[in-house]
Each structure stands twice: as C-alpha cells, then as structure tokens.
Design a binder for this molecule. Sequence first.
Ligand SMILES: *Cc1c(COP(=O)(O)O)cnc(C)c1O
Length: 381
Amino acid sequence: MKIPFNKLYTTGREIEYMKNCLEQGDIAGDGHYTCLVQDYMNRCFGCRRTFLTTSGTSALEMAALLIGLRPGDEVIMPSFTFVSTANAVLLRGAVPVFVEVQKDTLNLDIDDVVKKITSNTKAIIPVHYGGVACDMGAVMKTAREHNLFVIEDAAQGVNALYHDQYLGTIGDIGCYSFHGSKNYVCGEGGALLLNNGDEALLKKAEYIWEKGTNRSSFLRGQVDKYTWMDVGSSYLPSDILAACLYAQLQEKDLIQTERKRVYDYYCKEFLPYARMGMFDLPVIPAYAQSNYHIFHILFPTAAIRDAVMKQLRSKGVEACFHYIPLHSSPMGIKLGWQKDDLPVTEELSGRLLRLPLFAGMKLEEMSYVVECLKDCLKEMK
Ligand SMILES: *Cc1c(COP(=O)(O)O)cnc(C)c1O
C-alpha cells in the first residue's frame, strides 16, 4: 500500500464557487468571494480586520512592512520554523534572532526569548507549531513589558485555540496560510489579521495590501479615483482562489474533526509504545485546543529516527521530517550562527518524525501506517 503524506480534501463546493466567480467575470483581488471569506473569518474567529493574501509568506512580509521594521532592528523567533518567518524580517534589512523551543510542544522557549531581548528588539514572532498554541499569556506579558510587537505565525494554526481565543487573533498581527499542505487550502493563499492599532495603521495595511494605493477606499465608494499613497505591493489573491477557500472554510469544523480522528487513532495505537519509552507522543497543553495539523513522534536518537523513516518509506508510507533549524541551515551559518548555538532545537529536529495525516484518511490506511511502524520497532529490537 502507498500512503501519501498529505492528500487534498475537497468539500464538494469548491468548483461551484470557482465557476460562479469565473462566470461573474470578477476574478481580480478584493472581489465578492474575498469579502465573503474575510467577513466569515472576522465573524468565526473574532478577528478585528482580515486581509486575504497570496500566501502565508506574503502575510508575514506584509506584517514586517506594517510594523515598520528597519535595518538593524531585531526580531525574536524560534529557529525551529519555516523559512518564511525569517525571510520576512531579512527582506526589511532587519535581523532574525533565533531562540530555542520547549521540548514538549516545540514552541518557542519564553525564557530564551527574555534572555535575547536587547534595545534593538522590535518584535517577537511566536510560531504555533502543528496548530498547538504557544503560551501566549507569557508571550504577550513579555512583549508588553518591553514594548514589542507580537506577530503570530499562525500559518499552521487556523481554527485552533489558546484558551478561548483563536490563534492569530491574540498578537498585534496574526498570519495564516492556506497553502496546499495546510488544513484549509486554496492552493496558495494566506491572511493577515490586524488585531491591534489605530485607524492610521488600518489604512496603512490597506495601502500595503493594494500596491500602495487607496483602491480599498475607492471600492467602498469613499473616493472617486484611487492613487499612490504609501509603499506597498500586490498581496491580494485572485477572487477565484478566495472562492475555493470559502468552500473549505465553510466546512472547517468537519475537516478538523476528520483530522482529529486520525490523530486520536495514532495516539491510542501508539500509547503502549510511548509508555515503554520507545518514542514520545505529541503534547497538547491544557491551554491549547489543537487543529491537528501535524502528528509527530520523537525518537530517542536521530539514528533511530533515520532508520525508521527509511523503513517506512520502503513500505510505501511517506513519513517525513522538518525543519532543518534555521540557525544551522546554510543561510543561518551565513548570518553568523553555529550549530551548537541552539543545542535543544538541533537535537529535537534530528529526532522528529511526521506521519501521514489528512482528512478523509481511511481506516485501512491509518492501520497500515501503524502496523508498518510497529514492524519497524520489532525489527530494531
Ligand atoms: C506554511 C508556513 C508558512 C508559509 O506559508 P505559505 O502559505 O506556504 O507561504 C510560514 N510559516 C509556517 C510556520 C508555515 O508552516
């Protein structure tokens, strides 16, 4: 049997909405479906203002522009994250400062954050790994004490909670991704959530989003032609993609329940092995409600992880790992970091294995993954 790592799940309405969008002929950004999605997200997640973007990456880039990052500014983030978190900062000439993650959640280690705050620090970017919330109480408290912006990288955290607040709505700014590999997809897409700030910041966000123009005001009928107001870029996705996303988000809870079914099955089947100390299962703290984006296990050593991954792949199970920590990647080294600057991160990333998880995964597919992993463990004894 071949089990892909991820598989596209469609709700059945994507094509209808996309066809409708094409037939109406209004396919550029900020159209009918874009408004529907943004209103829907504001309502469901309690966002103050949502801007649909072309990707999670572009939402992070917009955020970096919006808080006015300048050369020499420092931004604290975990090294254990996707490259876009750091690129957004580098593109402004600012400096990413990498911190360790906690061993249980793989979310940023707040003690290390505090240690690395300097007079140049401008912002903290907590990354909600696998859709499990960072300790946002501690992050927000630290940020307020030092007068820092908080940009949540909630690319993986759509529809997940910290206590009763949706991820992405807690920091000053939140960033979502709707990339094909995430829980809710439109191929390539994302959103910027503006949770804090005055009317001027809201206007600035609209300008940045719309190529530096006041086209948003024009579309609302507030001005009779639009013009260049500020620096900006093109961060709006086509309304065709918004139409696809609308279908996905309307079934967000069904999709989440589907993912939970797989996650819970793995947990139940693997618990005896975890109890024997063969690996660690993922941890969801009491303050978090996950969206079950990732199911990962941590083996005792990197050598065991590599051996298991190889065997699973030879049996057709597409298990995989991530991330090469940013500080020890070729670019991290170029920025002056060394592998042993962040030993906890380095170690955890070597021991981590992710298993296939997608909505609509069949019982026979789930049980095949479990049986293959059990076989690997037997063979290794
Ligand atoms: C996926 C992801 C991104 C980037 O989102 P794209 O939509 O692929 O650009 C950024 N940060 C994290 C943590 C991600 O998982």
